[in-house]
Design a protein around this ligand. Structure first.
Ligand code: 4FV
Length: 251
């Protein structure tokens, strides 16, 4: 996949992708990353790319021309959608990440200041994407989140394919708890089922934990999933056990 990012801070994007999976994916030739700085297309001697908002109010707004020309320059690298990272966008989730990871090319637009002139969005943006209901000082951190989440799903990016498949949210559920050596830490032992070596039992326990934790922490996610018979039975079993533990006074 090729990802081009239109940003006033190209180093922030390039540096942020020099670690972990985005770096490995670039080294394996699975990911190509380009950055385009609107300031390079500014037509005024101070290389400004922003100005005061019509209608008054605080802050500055990024102007159409430098951003539009940076997008046009990035377009030379591919015909993928222009995705503007902004709080006004549709919330990014694993379903959307899976869809984006199918693309051969995408242009990410990272804003700064109060935002970008709406006419740029109208004319050049295909979709807006938000990483969450909070305000960042720039779209670059959101672009790095987008790139990391998408790159992980590129075939060959992760060591063994298997791990992407059992990610959180891959089945719409929260992840099960993980344990590693040593077997006992601060008199807390690893659940016996995980050291007993019965893989069917381990898989059953992990699914039950994912269902239970999703029920407890993110019931909104459960509403989006049609649980099959086995899952419904496992969740009921988890809830019964939780109620027993609570009635026995164990948290
Ligand atoms: C954001 C978000 C975000 C808004 C104004 C950049 C900032 C500033 N982007 N998900 N939440 N962007 O807060 O994507 O220009």
């Amino acid at each position: 996949m090729r990802i081009d990012v239109v940003t006033l801070f190209p180093d922030m994007i390039q540096d942020g992708c020099r670690y972990g999976i985005p770096r490995i994916a670039q080294e394996k030739g699975l990911l190509q990353l380009g950055t385009w700085n609107p300031r390079d297309y500014s037509r005024n001697k101070h290389r400004n790319v922003d100005d005061r908002p019509y209608g008054g109010g605080p802050g500055m707004v990024m102007q159409v021309q430098p951003v539009a020309e940076a997008i046009t320059a990035a377009r030379a690298e591919g015909q993928g959608p222009v995705i503007y990272l902004s709080p006004q966008g549709r919330r990014l989730d694993q379903t959307a990440v899976r869809r984006f990871a199918e693309l051969p090319h995408a242009i990410l637009l990272a804003g700064r200041y109060e935002g970008i002139d709406e006419r740029l969005i109208t004319r050049h943006v295909d979709e807006e994407c938000s990483i969450g209901d909070y305000v960042l000082s720039g779209g670059e951190p959101a672009a790095l989140v987008w790139i990391d989440a998408v790159t992980r799903l590129l075939p060959g990016a992760l060591g063994d394919e298997e791990s992407a498949l059992c990610d959180s949210f891959m089945d719409g559920l929260l992840d099960y708890p993980h344990y590693s050596r040593p077997e006992v830490v601060d008199d807390l032992a690893v659940p016996a089922v995980l050291t007993a070596g019965n893989h069917a039992e381990i898989a059953r326990w992990r699914l039950k934990q994912s269902l239970g934790r999703t029920w407890r922490r993110r019931p909104d996610l459960l509403e989006q999933i049609d649980l099959n018979e086995e899952q419904q039975a496992l969740l009921a079993e988890y809830i019964r056990e939780q109620q027993t533990m609570e009635s026995d006074g164990n948290p």
